[in-house]
Design a protein around this ligand. Structure first.
Ligand code: F0G
Length: 910
């Protein structure tokens, strides 16, 4: 097993799958400054070359000094050379002490305060530390107040004032004891309530349970969030809204002051469960958004109003990334706690720091708050050196950052329809792209807001050797966080690369933009973890559709990869192989989507609107997934497509192609208010009619029918229908299917027909009529199965076809596509991906439409097919003027239903 499959299988399955889909599944072997050495691989995943990549991801903002900065490596080396102990918990740690002192001094130089520093190992750990410290602080403050009030109560009692009413203040007229008792009750109540934490809209503070609560994570599935501390998110950033946002949480309590004359007066004090307000002065992960200075000032006021701690999370924006050591410096607002991580580790160490204003620090906190690896000398020494580097590079960061921003802003100005905005300062920049609006539903699905940034990242990597990633919660924003060592020449290169991408987006040149995805993927496909699509309100949408023209949804997968062109004409330049590579790569990445919708009119009464919904897989992929035991995943994908159809207001869901196969002939689609159909009854009815006619014209002895795929749902019912009309029948199945074929044959005994069971397609040689209905993605009937002098009619019901195209050119064979129907009255709606002659549709789709035309008619194509159901579907088609089409090569003729014979047969079947 190679290292890649280890990552995909044992480390991060879903991420690995996503990276593979987007061709971002690269490995970096070495890093120096702003450059990474990429292991380039051939299609099998073997390394065969190396390439240099300019890295703008910068460790999600951790590599402010690039990869492996020599000064920091030197510190690390010294640590190893000196053999400093990595573990020396509960001892005096000089490295930690030196770093803490340095951070206190550097931050204090701006704020004028002094800090006690709690070191940790990750950004989230610093956030958790702040949550915890603020909670302790909050509880302690309430405890102190409670003690004061208790003393106050004892004092008024001692002094005989307990029952004396207050002379002034909000509690005027009420007795001292009454007011103080009430105050104690309220304090006790507040001490029992969990503290509240405040964060901003789009905030990012980490992913641990507590920090994760403060993180907005708008695009994280709800069930991946776990309840953390109580919190409030401020969506409105205007100062007035921020200051008053939590006023309803405030609780008034009365305090008593006794004047020199011994008269009690009341005063009010407001208490609050709010323990801390968190803010990133520049929001990084949500797409690089500067929080305005007025909002920071308002947060200061809010915190003061609630006696809460104001926490500046400078984990990403601080440590000099914006030029100043504190990103908040320019605002003039001073926080109580500061958080650092990322660049603090100099790109070599995992370290974070929580700075608490020494005046607020709870001394026992540091005795009881522990983290095994915190305070280690290795990380601390590197961090101290990183702080020095940050201070030394501040001018350069401002200068090169401004240059880069200007150049990117020029790109934005040149392509205003592709680039929304360039944001940020220093070396924390974000480029927001606009979501393109391709014509085809397929490309609109490809370019959804979650993928755009990653598709751009792929183009930049493979064409320009530049590495970016979008921000997690704003994936249309690509973040640009290079190191302070970035060269001017690199700036030119970055600008040119962004210009190329913006130009492609602006011109809608998707073929070029996505070209990097047309290389076959390395490694095995794994199904994605299933995340259900957000459910929409079924009831409302569904009843809405009842009022107007009835609506049906027809679900279809792609039969062959080259159908990509039909679904997305924008990609017409791609070869078959490229289409196949893209589909294999993106498999599982796309959600079901609406392809198109059309109205179809009955010959006799009414109209129906058909919405075509794509189930995003090909027939070959479906078969591969079934073979690999991933049927459950496929089924969920189809159920998602069903859900989309229902949410679009469909009263009938038709399952075309493999969507019925993977849902167990539709049985797994469980609905009560809407009808579900595989459409296979009408498919069988059309084929039956074609074959029936042929047999009626054949002489005795000539009526021998070969049936391929007889154990399938359609095949089995075809056998039953055809049996009364032929002398003998050959049921052909794949090797190993003899027992199941025998069961089909068993059901035919009443018809007195000779039945032969075969596992070899050569047995078709003696059959003047051949019907084929397998689920195979590839042709199963080849020319050598049919060559000879005997004339044969081959009716292929399968989509994709069962019969090899070369069979059509055999002189003795007439190849008819079965299961095709003509719409009444020359209607020719165009459904992308259905490449039939104008006005001709697949019968399964037609059956879906027909059920839409007759809201009271039940579906006869749910689960196993029956002969009676097939005839009922035929009658349904008759009632609305849909006629079976006989397509031989490109020659289309309509063959009227053989209604009379049918009727007598219907009686016969009963
Ligand atoms: N706070 C901020 C502002 C952050 O940007 C991050 C991480 C954290 C806290 C959490 O730090 O990951 O070390 O626990 N931001 C990364 C990003 C994940 O992609 O921007 P962590």
């Amino acid at each position: 097993m190679n290292a890649d499959s280890g990552f995909a299988r044992y480390a991060r399955p879903e991420l690995a799958r996503l990276l593979r889909a987007l061709r971002l599944d690269v490995t970096y072997l070495a890093g120096q400054g702003d450059h990474l050495t990429q292991a380039l691989r051939d299609a099998e995943g073997h390394a065969d070359a190396e390439g240099q990549v300019l890295d703008l991801v910068g460790g999600a903002g951790s590599s402010l000094f690039g990869h492996n900065h020599p000064a920091l490596l030197e510190v690390a080396r010294r640590c190893f050379d000196e053999q400093i102990p990595f573990n020396a918990q509960a001892s005096v740690r000089h490295g930690a002490g030196e770093l803490a002192q340095r951070l206190s001094a550097v931050v204090g130089a701006t704020t004028g305060a002094s800090y006690v520093v709690t070191l940790g190992c990750s950004g989230a750990e610093a956030v958790e530390g702040a949550v915890k410290h603020a909670t302790v602080e909050h509880r302690r403050r309430l405890g102190v107040l409670q003690e004061d009030v208790e003393v106050s109560l004892r004092r008024v009692r001692r002094d005989g004032l307990a029952d004396v009413p207050c002379a002034s203040g909000p509690g005027v007229g009420r007795t001292c004891a009454e007011l103080l008792d009430e105050t104690l009750d309220r304090i006790a109540e507040l001490r029992r309530t969990d503290p509240v934490f405040v964060a901003l809209r789009n905030a990012f503070h980490g992913k641990t349970a507590g920090a994760g609560t403060l993180t907005h994570g708008g695009n994280v599935p709800a069930d991946l969030k776990v309840p953390g501390p109580r919190h409030r998110r401020l969506d409105d950033w205007t100062p007035q809204a921020v200051v008053t946002a939590l006023d309803s949480e405030r609780v008034p309590v009365h305090l008593i002051r006794v004047d020199a004359a011994g008269v009690p007066h009341s005063a009010v004090r407001w208490l609050s469960p709010v323990a801390a307000c968190f803010v990133e002065p520049v929001q990084g992960e949500s797409g690089v958004h500067e929080v305005p200075a007025e909002t920071l000032a308002a947060l200061r006021e809010l915190a003061d109003r609630h006696e809460a701690a104001l926490v500046f999370d400078e984990i990403q924006c601080g440590m000099g990334r914006t030029g100043n050591f504190l990103a908040s410096e320019g605002s003039g607002v001073i926080a109580d706690y500061y958080l650092f991580s990322k660049s603090l580790g100099g790109g070599l160490a995992k370290i974070s720091a929580l700075l608490v204003d020494a005046n607020r620090y709870v001394p026992e906190f540091g005795r009881h708050h522990t983290s095994t690896f915190a305070d280690d000398d290795f990380s601390s020494r590197i961090a101290t050196a990183a702080v020095d580097l940050a201070l030394a590079h501040s001018d350069r960061i401002v200068e090169i950052g401004a240059l880069l921003r200007d150049r990117l802003a020029e790109v934005a100005a040149r392509w205003p329809d592709a680039v929304v905005e360039v944001r940020g300062r220093g070396l924390l920049l974000g480029v927001e792209f606009s979501l393109p609006q391709p014509d085809s539903g397929l490309l609109r699905e490809v370019f959804d807001s979650e993928s755009l940034g990653y598709l751009i990242a792929g183009r930049l990597l493979h064409t320009h050797r530049i590495r970016v990633i979008p921000t997690l919660s704003a994936p249309t924003t690509v973040r640009v966080e290079p190191s302070a060592l970035l060269e001017r020449a690199d700036v030119d290169r970055i600008a040119a690369a962004f210009d190329d991408v913006a130009a492609l987006l602006s011109r809608g040149d998707y073929t070029t933009l996505l070209d990097h995805l047309t290389v076959p993927p390395a490694g095995a496909w794994q199904p994605p973890q299933h995340v259900p699509l957000p459910r929409r309100d079924r009831a409302v949408l569904h009843s809405g559709s009842r009022a107007g023209v009835p609506r049906v949804a027809f679900l279809a997968n792609m039969d062959v990869p080259s159908k990509l062109w039909h679904m997305a004409p924008e990609l017409a330049d791609w070869s078959d192989a490229q289409c196949e590579a893209v589909l294999d790569r993106m498999w599982g990445e796309l959600d079901p989507f609406e392809v198109t919708r059309h109205r179809v009119t009955s010959e006799t009464r009414g109209e129906v609107e058909v919405v075509m919904v794509a189930a995003p897989f090909t027939a070959a992929q479906a078969n591969a997934a079934l073979r690999a035991g991933e049927g459950a995943w496929l089924r969920r994908t189809v159920l998602d497509a069903v859900e989309l159809g229902v949410s679009l207001g469909a009263g009938v869901i038709g399952l075309g192609g493999h969507t019925s196969i993977v849902t167990n002939a539709a049985r797994d689609v469980v609905e009560s208010d809407i009808r579900v159909t595989s459409g296979n009854s009408l498919t069988a009815a059309c084929a039956y009619d074609l074959v029936r006619l042929q047999l009626a014209e054949s002489g005795v002895g000539e009526r021998r029918v070969g049936l391929v795929g007889a154990i399938g749902n359609i095949g089995a019912v075809m056998a039953e229908l055809i049996a009364p009309h032929c002398d003998s029948m050959v049921l052909v199945g794949r090797p190993g299917s003899a027992r199941r074929l025998a069961a089909v044959a068993e059901r035919l005994t009443a018809h007195q027909v000779d039945v032969l069971i075969a596992e070899d397609l050569h047995e078709l040689r003696d059959c003047p009529v051949v019907v084929s209905a397998t689920n195979s993605a590839d042709p199963v009937i080849l020319p050598n199965h049919l060559v000879g002098d005997r004339k044969a009619l081959v009716c292929d019901l399968a989509v994709p076809g069962d019969v090899h195209p070369a069979v059509a050119s055999l002189a003795n064979v007439t190849l008819v596509s079965g299961g095709r129907i003509q719409l009444p009255g020359m209607q020719t709606p165009h459904f992308p991906g259905i490449t039939l002659p104008p006005g001709i549709l697949y019968s399964c789709m037609a059956e879906t439409m027909l059920l839409g035309l007759e809201p009271e008619t039940p579906s006869r194509s749910y689960g196993g097919l029956t002969s009676a159901g097939v005839l009922a579907a035929r009658d349904l088609a008759v009632r609305h003027g849909f006629q079976p089409a006989r397509i031989v090569s490109d020659d289309v003729s309509v063959q009227p239903w053989i209604v009379d014979q049918f009727s007598s047969l219907e009686e016969q079947i009963g």
